[in-house]
Design a protein around this ligand. Sequence first.
Ligand code: ADP
Length: 216
Amino acid sequence: MVRVVMLSPPGAGKGTHGRWLTQQTGAAHISSGDLLRAEVARGSRLGRQVAAYTARGNLVPDELIFSILIPAVVAAARDTGGYVLDGFPRTMPQALRAAQVGVELGLTSEAVIYLTAPEEELVTRLLDRAQRDGRVDDTLGVIQHRLAVFTRETAPLVDYYRSRGILIELSTDRPEADVRADLRDWLEARGPMRPVAGGSRAAPGGTSANNDTADR
Ligand code: ADP
């Protein structure tokens, strides 16, 4: 069963491709953003605390994230044997804690999928999504802030996972089907995803995917 982390700036497609991976593999899709929005929607005291951060595009404090995410990951791994983590970890302390819990519970991530797209494209996609979904944090000012927060807090995780030899880097500035074909290829090659029997898939191409196996 797959155990993967989706790592990407806002708008690069971690939700879309994370859900697809979930459908393909049966592993639980755990979106930190969805869990936080559900807490906000419940109108609990915790939800009001969370909203003060998310509405401005600031990260929710690590301890609060651990208290929500770690039980969800442990339950998902118990129920489905795997997970697709979407939006967590997002800071170095989160990554280190996730690695520690992973080792303790035998739930270490097998791959970290880093999705990229040019910044103008990310902004365009998020503004489009604002029309569709009406997320309060999809306004231009907050989007720009979230992108800056990504660069400051989350981008360092890219080198961290690359140095551990588990980073898969894919451009999503191309058709979704091409990204999926690459995802399938990379995951099959590395073991976590079994080939679909008799399944046909597009030949990989036009990818900026970057296998870092050589780094190991
Ligand atoms: P996006 O990737 O488009 O920013 P998400 O749904 O992943 O959307 O996250 C929405 C918001 O939820 C973030 O801007 C942040 O405020 C909060 N959030 C989500 N995941 C985390 C996390 N792991 N740590 C801290 N805050 C988080």
